[in-house]
Design a protein around this ligand. Sequence first.
Ligand code: SF4
Length: 145
Amino acid sequence: MTTQAQILDIVRDLQKRLGMSILLITHDLGVVADLADRVVVMYAGAKVEDAEVHRLYAAPRHPYTAGLLRALPHGGRRTGGGAERLAEIPGLVPVLRAPLDACAFAPRCPRSLEQCHKAAPVLEEMGPDHRVACFNPEPLPGTSS
Ligand code: SF4
């Protein structure tokens, strides 16, 4: 963690001094929150959500993004023994031998509908500067669906 923090400081310093853009590819959503302005979430080789970082963390709309955020340590729940049990996304990633004619996340998705198994959703505008590929996105905070 110390080495990671030092490397991120170097990256941040370079970005500031040289005025450059950084493309960061990672599974570590903590690093993303710390460093990124914009996030593109990918699943099975396709973009599923694209938004400004604060908007994405405050209101993830794709069920995969929401699952990733629930799996972060601070989102976990305490068990009786005091150990933290993290949320998980059940199932496995699909085998990509051929293009899918359904949502790639459907077998693992808690919000899947019949249509999710018959067609692949495409990225659509679902709010200011927020695009999501999903037939049944997560509700906005404070709403229900
Ligand atoms: S399109 Fe359907 S299966 Fe795919 S993520 Fe959205 S709700 Fe889930």
